[in-house]
Design a protein around this ligand. Sequence first.
Ligand SMILES: *[C@@H]1O[C@H](CO)[C@@H](O)[C@H](O)[C@H]1NC(C)=O
Ligand SMILES: *[C@@H]1O[C@H](CO)[C@@H](O)[C@H](O)[C@H]1NC(C)=O
Ligand SMILES: *[C@@H]1O[C@H](CO)[C@@H](O)[C@H](O)[C@H]1NC(C)=O
Ligand SMILES: *[C@@H]1O[C@H](CO)[C@@H](O)[C@H](O)[C@H]1NC(C)=O
Ligand SMILES: *[C@@H]1O[C@H](CO)[C@@H](O)[C@H](O)[C@H]1NC(C)=O
Ligand SMILES: *[C@@H]1O[C@H](CO)[C@@H](O)[C@H](O)[C@H]1NC(C)=O
Ligand SMILES: *[C@@H]1O[C@H](CO)[C@@H](O)[C@H](O)[C@H]1NC(C)=O
Ligand SMILES: *[C@@H]1O[C@H](CO)[C@@H](O)[C@H](O)[C@H]1NC(C)=O
Ligand SMILES: *[C@@H]1O[C@H](CO)[C@@H](O)[C@H](O)[C@H]1NC(C)=O
Ligand SMILES: *[C@@H]1O[C@H](CO)[C@@H](O)[C@H](O)[C@H]1NC(C)=O
Ligand SMILES: *[C@@H]1O[C@H](CO)[C@@H](O)[C@H](O)[C@H]1NC(C)=O
Length: 665
Amino acid sequence: MRTAVIAGLLAGLASAVQAVDIVVKSKGGNKTTHMPYGLMHEDINYSGDGGLYAELIRNRAFQGSDMYPVSLAHWSSVNGAVLSIKNLSEPLSSALPSSMNVAVSKNSSSGDIGFLNAGYWGMDVRRQKYKGSFYVKGDYKGSFTASFQSALTNDTFGSVEIKSKAKKDEWVQHSFTLIPKKDAPNGNNTFALTFKSSGVKGGSLDFNLISVFPPTYKGRENGLRIDIAEPLAATQPRFLRFPGGNALEGPDINNPWKWNETIGPLKNRPGRPGVWGYQTSDGLGLVEYLQWAEDMNLEPILGVWAGLALNGEFLTKEELGPWVQDALDEIEFIRGPVSSPMGKLRASLGHPKPWPLRYVEIGNEDWLAGAPASYDAYKEYRFPMFAEAISTKYPDIQIIASPSVYDNMTIPAPYAGDYHPYREPDNFYNEFHKFDSLTKDNKTLVGEFSSTHANGGIKWAGQLHPFPWWIGSVAEGIFMIGAERNGDRILGSTYAPMIRNMNSWSWSICMIEYEADARKTSLATSYYTFKFFSTRPIFQTLPTTPDEGNTTSLFWGAGVGEDGEKIVKFANYNTTSSAPTPVKLSFDDEDAKEAKLTMLTGTGDPYAYNEPLKPNRVVKETSRTLRANRKGLFEFEMPELSVAVVELTGRRGGGGRGHPHGRRV
Ligand SMILES: *[C@@H]1O[C@H](CO)[C@@H](O)[C@H](O)[C@H]1NC(C)=O
Ligand SMILES: *[C@@H]1O[C@H](CO)[C@@H](O)[C@H](O)[C@H]1NC(C)=O
Ligand SMILES: *[C@@H]1O[C@H](CO)[C@@H](O)[C@H](O)[C@H]1NC(C)=O
Ligand SMILES: *[C@@H]1O[C@H](CO)[C@@H](O)[C@H](O)[C@H]1NC(C)=O
Ligand SMILES: *[C@@H]1O[C@H](CO)[C@@H](O)[C@H](O)[C@H]1NC(C)=O
Ligand SMILES: *[C@@H]1O[C@H](CO)[C@@H](O)[C@H](O)[C@H]1NC(C)=O
Ligand SMILES: *[C@@H]1O[C@H](CO)[C@@H](O)[C@H](O)[C@H]1NC(C)=O
Ligand SMILES: *[C@@H]1O[C@H](CO)[C@@H](O)[C@H](O)[C@H]1NC(C)=O
Ligand SMILES: *[C@@H]1O[C@H](CO)[C@@H](O)[C@H](O)[C@H]1NC(C)=O
Ligand SMILES: *[C@@H]1O[C@H](CO)[C@@H](O)[C@H](O)[C@H]1NC(C)=O
Ligand SMILES: *[C@@H]1O[C@H](CO)[C@@H](O)[C@H](O)[C@H]1NC(C)=O
């Protein structure tokens, strides 16, 4: 009471507010899983195709399904050429039965004819090396011209001539590289492929699998957009959960994500009706996910389909058997020896070396679609059938159930669960201690989390918050500390949805926003708090006093980092009268002399958000050296709505090991 009165009277004079005294002990902690933070990706509203997957050409192979018919969408004709879809008796492949016929018309009998592709709301065109290819069938003498053009003006930014090798009765692939002479001023660009109508015998040519890639992350063929992959890599994630998510479940029982249709040459991939309103190409397939994991040094967490579709349909026990075998085949494809049938298939695709695979999740959110019947089925036979088959054949694999112990499922050890909190900031504040009561037998992955709704009861299915906003991001920080201080039982945490295409999205919340123009890719406030903690992972927890790790506004967790440095993470929520919170921090055994304090603060407005496709204006990072006073205390203040990390950088007497972090950036 007295403290409160004084705090009230002297609000603003921070020194008068009672300091929080925290002592970090050096013994009694627990080893963590060593992968506290990671990434989760699925093709949700153009975050695979048209997103992280770098392909520029939209509808490149005229893929379709009963749900999303084959069409010429995103293609248009140049100089009167007549475009049509044909299902030729000799298609490019059985996976790609439809192709585009380009016919010479009266209007176009002289000059260059061809077609344009509009990309995914445009294309990023700059002075860099693009790699393209296309298949053509038909009798044509001459050359093709591939070019990038403005969709707004008559500008051509660059073009290349490709000598025709086309043949009358055969699909012939042509490849090219194209380096534009100048950067396009914006993303409103198209790709054109044209040819001389006079060189065409037979009136038309057929085209399929027309593909153009900009430079990709780590130069991978068929790879990822650099502008999106690099900021993800900069969070130094430890694991990758894929391929979903709802994308794994598929829209109905006939259309789950089928791993074996996403591998091999692109011409062998039929694509699939996705769950977000369009046909996906499956260019970003199983192997591409594993290469991504390899390139960012991530532990794969593979989701296998568990017989539930997003519309609530689910398989009976009798129907499920082949899918259990399918999951075993998929695992064998990933990590089996070359002598195994699926290992041999992997080797035949140019990957003799097995990939590591230690985590397999059975399904996705199996407590949700079609519940309660589908969920009962999950508990009764769907989960047990997969878990038993996989753990018998691969005892070292950590099996993860898609629900968590918080979803009314008893998950027998050693299996883990998966918890997906999408919350109001105040919920995260209130759930700081949620994981404290988990036993060592209740291992839990936080496979998705984020602040989605504003405080005050705007409920699910109602309006999401337009963009990640500062109080939401700070609350996520509180939640992350709550998870990481229990890092022996929390397998790891990952923010979701990870990225958002500004031209088509179903979730406003994300870490990274983008459109075609890669120069505009932007970072949400939640990216900053996530990266702030993920780049300073705790590998061993340390107890503190007070041991609960919080006051009414301040939350903290301590531990030992990758290089043996001691780390204390803080998040400060609403304070009394918005006054900063003074902190007195000490370490019990260690004559700590110097520490580094790094802090993220907002603008003072809890609702401030970074405008997408604009530079960060909300989050400010500051860093300074703290020196311990004579009593060994490090004193500093945490402003309202801030997150901070204190890292112990030196010891008195110079005897101890220093802590130059040499951190990757
Ligand atoms: C040819 O041009 C005429 C006149 O511009 C137009 O009406 C007609 O639709 C065109 N035909 C084709 C096949 O493009
Ligand atoms: C081509 O085949 C697809 C099915 O693969 C079908 O939906 C479409 O109608 C066919 N198109 C034509 C022009 O025959
Ligand atoms: C250019 O592209 C952007 C991003 O897709 C779009 O918002 C804008 O409307 C386009 N501008 C024009 C003039 O088409
Ligand atoms: C593009 O070129 C055409 C014909 O050369 C001309 O009529 C048109 O005005 C030009 N458009 C722009 C935006 O410059
Ligand atoms: C994203 O996908 C959902 C589901 O298909 C769809 O309803 C929604 O319209 C999409 N969002 C946008 C902005 O296109
Ligand atoms: C994928 O595997 C299933 C069996 O699990 C099989 O029926 C199907 O033919 C395979 N598809 C391809 C493209 O290999
Ligand atoms: C934790 O695991 C134990 C042992 O598997 C189990 O009995 C208990 O129900 C689990 N806790 C919760 C909250 O489900
Ligand atoms: C778990 O049980 C509680 C209480 O019956 C219920 O409110 C909640 O919806 C259930 N959750 C799930 C995921 O089934
Ligand atoms: C913070 O800790 C106190 C005990 O000091 C506890 O009563 C309170 O519920 C905690 N608040 C939160 C949000 O965890
Ligand atoms: C270490 O784990 C034990 C058992 O789960 C738990 O009681 C204790 O609080 C943990 N210590 C820390 C510092 O997290
Ligand atoms: C914190 O302040 C925000 C308004 O800025 C309010 O919506 C929220 O309920 C407060 N939460 C707590 C736990 O004080």
